[in-house]
Design a binder for this molecule. Structure first.
Ligand code: PLP
Length: 465
C-alpha cells in the first residue's frame, strides 16, 4: 500500500515510480496532511505527455482534478462495487479523516457461464482424426453407417438416415410423406422456429395448436378440434425433454389417417411407455446441433420403421437420385447429407449418452434444491409412462425479469423460453389456439445446463430473491 502512494508536489517521474511499484497499478496521491488528494494512473501520465507536459514537472492539484471516485471505510463491498465500472476498476478507501486506508478492486468475472456447451470428453477427437486420416471426409464412410446404425438401435427403430441438421430432418420427413401444397400440418404453438419453417418450405400450411400445461407438448383436445379435411400430418414436439402423450396422440392420428412426425430435437433418450421417443411416429427427427443433448456440431437424423420410407428418405437426401441408376433423378431432391467427420463425433457422443443424461439430471436437481421455495415451477408429469430427460434446465417463474437480472449479474446466462409462434408476425396467420403457450412462454426460463455452473453463486442468487 505505502509504495503505491505519492505526494502532491512530487515529480511526475516519482508518481510513475509509485505506479510501477503499486500492486494496484495506480498511484494514490496524498497532500501535506496525508489526506487523499486523488488518483493518478498510467493513462493520466500518457495524456499529460501527449498534451506537452513533461516527466519532470511537479504534480499539482490542477493536474489531479477534483473529481475522483473513492469509497468510505464503512461501505459494504456491494456499495463499493456500485462505484466501479469497466474503466474505474480500482478505488481508494478513506477513513473519517479522509486518510487513505485501503483500496477496492472489482474483480470482474469476464466468463459468462453459458446456457449450453458441447461436452466432448470421450472418443470424439480420436474418431474425428480417424475419419480425417481415412480421407473419407465427405458424406460416405464407416462412421456414417455406424452412427445411423447405433443411434437407430439406441432408439429402438429399424432405420436411421443421417442428415445435415435437424431442420433438414424435418423437411426431409415431410417431403418423403408427400406433404406439400394444399396440405395442413398441425404443430404446437410453442417450439423452435425450425418446426414451422420446415412445414412452410414444403408449401404446406402449418396449423398452430396450443400446448398443455402438464408436459408443454401439443394439447390433444386442441389437436382433435384442429383436424380438418386438409390435415395430413401432426408434428408433436417433445419440448425441453418432456415426452408428449404418444399413445393417445398415435390413436388420434390413426383414427384420422394422419402421419405423425416426431420432433425429438430436444429429447434424445426420453421415454414413453418404456420406449424411446422417436419410436412412435411414421418418421422421427433429431438434431445434433452443438447445444442439443448429443451433438455432431451440425447434424440431424430421421428414424423410421418403414423400409420404403427409409429408401425414399435416402433418395431425397441425395439429390433425388436413383440408388440403382447413376445420375438418374427419380424426383427433385436435395443435398441433405451429413459428413463422415460429423458422424465420427456423433458415434463418440452416443457412447456416453447415458452419463451425459445423468449429469444433466444431477445439474437440474441441484438447481431445484437451491431454488426451492423461491416461486419456481417445474414440470412434474404424473403419468408413469413418461420419462423426461433434461435438455436445458427449464422452469417457470412469475418474477422472470428480476430472476434473469439476478443470474446475469453473477455472469450466469439465462434464457427466456421460445416465443410462441403465433406472436411472431410472419407466422401469426397460422394460429389456431394459443392460450397456454402464451402463459408458459412468458414465465419460462432456461438455466445453464453445463459442467461449470458455480452453484455457490446460485445459492447467493437464491438468497437475494
Ligand atoms: C434445435 C431444434 C430444431 C432444429 O435443429 P437444427 O439442427 O438446429 O436445424 C428443430 N426443432 C426443435 C424443437 C429444436 O429444438
Amino acid at each position: 500500500m505505502d509504495k503505491s502512494v505519492a505526494k502532491l508536489g512530487q515529480s511526475i517521474k516519482d508518481v510513475l515510480l509509485a505506479i510501477n511499484e503499486a500492486p494496484a497499478g495506480v498511484a494514490f496521491i496524498v497532500d501535506e496532511q496525508e489526506k487523499l488528494a486523488g488518483v493518478f494512473t498510467d493513462g493520466d501520465v500518457r495524456r499529460l505527455l501527449l498534451e506537452g507536459g513533461s516527466i519532470d514537472q511537479l504534480l499539482t492539484r490542477d493536474l489531479l482534478g477534483e473529481n475522483f471516485v473513492y469509497g468510505r471505510q464503512d461501505e459494504t463491498p456491494e456499495q463499493l462495487m456500485q462505484k466501479t465500472n469497466y474503466r474505474i476498476r480500482i478505488i481508494p478507501i478513506v477513513d473519517e479523516n479522509f486518510r487513505l486506508v485501503n483500496y477496492f478492486r472489482y474483480e470482474h468475472k469476464t466468463h459468462l457461464t453459458p446456457v449450453a456447451e458441447p461436452a466432448l470428453k470421450g472418443n470424439e477427437f480420436a474418431y474425428l482424426m480417424d475419419a480425417y486420416l481415412s480421407t473419407w471426409i465427405s458424406s460416405r464412410g464407416e462412421y456414417i453407417n455406424r452412427f445411423e446404425k447405433s443411434f437407430s438401435d439406441y432408439c429402438g427403430v429399424e432405420y436411421g438416415v443421417c442428415v445435415s441438421n435437424g431442420t433438414a430432418a424435418l423437411h426431409l420427413a415431410l417431403l418423403s410423406l408427400d406433404v406439400g401444397v394444399g396440405d395442413e400440418v398441425i404443430i404446437p404453438n410453442l417450439t423452435f422456429g425450425a418446426t414451422i419453417n420446415a412445414v412452410l418450405h414444403t408449401g404446406a400450411t402449418p396449423v398452430l395448436v396450443d400446448i398443455n400445461k402438464t408436459n408443454w407438448g401439443v394439447d390433444l383436445e386442441e389437436v382433435k378440434k384442429a383436424i380438418g379435411p386438409k390435415t395430413k400430418a401432426i408434428i408433436p414436439v417433445h419440448l425441453y425433454g418432456h415426452p408428449c402423450e404418444m399413445a393417445e396422440l398415435m390413436e388420434i392420428a390413426h383414427r384420422n389417417r394422419l402421419y405423425v412426425i416426431e420432433d425429438c430435437a430436444e429429447a434424445h433418450g426420453a421415454e414413453y411407455d418404456g420406449k424411446k421417443v422417436g419410436s412412435f411416429g411414421d418418421i422421427s427427427c433429431f438434431s445434433f446441433f452443438a447445444n442439443k443433448i448429443i451433438t455432431t456440431g451440425e447434424g440431424g437424423m430421421c428414424l423410421t420403421k418403414n423400409s420404403d420410407l427409409d429408401k425414399k428418405l435416402r433418395i431425397i437426401r441425395d439429390h433425388g437420385m436413383s440408388p440403382d441408376r447413376k445420375y438418374f433423378h427419380e424426383m427433385v431432391g436435395h443435398n441433405f447429407r451429413m459428413t463422415n467427420l460429423q458422424a465420427a463425433i456423433g458415434c463418440a457422443q452416443l457412447e456416453r449418452i447415458d452419463s451425459i443424461l445423468e449429469e444433466r439430471t444431477e445439474i437440474e436437481s441441484k438447481y431445484r434444491k437451491i431454488l426451492e421455495g423461491k416461486g419456481f415451477e417445474w414440470v412434474d408429469i404424473k403419468d408413469k409412462r413418461s420419462k423426461s430427460v433434461v435438455w436445458l434446465v427449464s422452469c417457470l417463474t412469475k418474477n422472470r425479469e428480476n430472476v434473469m437480472a439476478a443470474f446475469r449479474k453473477e455472469m450466469i446466462d439465462v434464457r427466456p423460453f421460445f416465443i410462441p409462434l403465433s406472436r411472431i408476425p410472419i407466422y401469426e396467420k397460422y394460429l389456431f389456439s394459443e392460450k397456454n403457450s402464451l402463459e408458459i412462454a412468458s414465465h419460462g426460463i432456461n438455466l445453464p445446463t453445463v459442467e461449470g455452473v458455480d452453484f455457490s453463486l446460485v445459492e447467493k442468487i437464491a438468497a437475494s430473491l
